[in-house]
Design a binder for this molecule. Structure first.
Ligand code: APR
Length: 315
């Protein structure tokens, strides 16, 4: 059976980790692309040489030529600049929007049938730009944010209660910024609603830590941002597509009226299968959660407006 082909655009911290996870999980052959000559080739060769130990036969190549991504089933984009201490994700808008325009037009040309998963920040604006430039249908352009944000929320809850992370179900919706929405009403531990297990005051602290969890890691690393967990999150989405799992995951999806929101990418639960984003799942939210979603969507719209202004000025 022919192997699936996964193109990773950006071979930095997340790109390298993505490649490793893809081959360890047997998802397919991997092409690592970057603009820095030697970086993708070196990482690819290093990983190839781990194959006999780990027992994978996947082909892993590194390249600076977009022609090599031809025929990719999935493109996962991390090309761009990561934040440093003191920066918000939005501070990356100017620089990453130029990079993403270039990346998207090359994906359009060389991998026109692929599913594109965007990780580059500021995520909600970058995924919007990708859809515009590629012209791909909405089911084939999706942003990674909610899987990661939800995993962070689940981690903190599991730590608080000393239970397995596998017993914690939770989702974080909305934009991938400091006003993301941890949805307390759907958070359960072993099927028990979270509000029966943790006090409201403590839950608020945990949710605030979740909103700022990316910044917490940036402050520790000092030279970049999180990469293991974002890579795991995107690989879960790619696996759902490549293996037609119909996995329900919180992702940045293009909304056309769902949740009363129109014409914007926003974090909501979706089902991912062979058709890409096959369905947006609408869940009932509390009044407080609805209000928080409104604030968050307002922020995403402002970000897209700021991006449009930069693009118009040619910056
Ligand atoms: N085309 C392809 N790759 C590019 C381009 C471009 N035009 N410009 C930069 N890159 C590459 C860089 O050379 C670098 O290797 O993107 C890579 C980014 O890697 P890192 O700096 O290690 O950043 P990483 O931690 O992987 O994060 C990438 O994901 O989570 C977001 O905020 C994060 O926007 C950042 C992105």
């Amino acid at each position: 059976m022919a192997q699936k082909k996964i193109a990773l655009i950006g071979a930095g911290n997340i790109g390298g980790t993505l490649a490793h996870l893809c081959v360890l999980k047997g998802l397919g052959d991997v092409v690592l692309f970057d603009v820095i000559d030697g970086l993708p080739q070196g990482k690819a060769l290093d990983m190839l040489e781990a194959g006999p130990i780990e027992g994978y036969d996947a082909n892993i190549t590194g390249t600076t030529s977009y022609a090599d991504i031809a025929g990719a089933d999935v493109c996962i984009v991390t090309a761009g600049v990561a934040r440093k201490p003191g920066m918000s994700r939005d501070d990356l808008l100017g620089i990453n929007c130029k990079i993403m325009s270039d990346v998207s037009s090359n994906i359009k040309q060389y991998a026109p049938d692929s599913l594109v998963i965007v990780i580059t920040n500021p995520l909600d604006a970058m995924v919007t730009l990708t859809k515009r430039v590629t012209g791909f249908p909405k089911n084939r352009v999706v942003g990674q944010a909610g899987v990661l944000d939800s995993a962070r929320y689940r981690t903190f809850i599991a730590q608080e209660l000393c239970v397995s992370v596998q017993n914690v179900t939770a989702m974080v919706l909305g934009g991938h910024g400091d006003d993301m929405v941890p949805v307390r009403s759907y958070c359960q531990v072993g099927g028990v609603p979270i509000e029966k297990l943790i006090s409201t005051a403590r839950l608020e602290e945990i949710e605030q830590r979740t909103r700022q969890a990316g910044g917490e890691i940036v402050a520790l690393l000092k030279t970049g941002s999180a990469f293991y967990s974002p890579a795991s999150a995107a690989v879960q989405m790619a696996a759902a597509y490549l293996q037609d799992k119909k996995h329900i995951l919180p992702c940045a999806a293009y909304l056309e009226g769902e949740y009363g929101i129109d014409g914007v990418y926003f974090g909501v639960p979706v089902s991912i299968g062979a058709g890409g984003v096959e369905r947006v799942i609408e869940v009932d939210l509390s009044d407080k959660e609805k209000q928080e979603m409104e604030v968050s969507v307002g922020h995403v719209r402002e970000l897209v407006t700021a991006m449009d202004a930069l693009l118009e000025k040619g910056e």
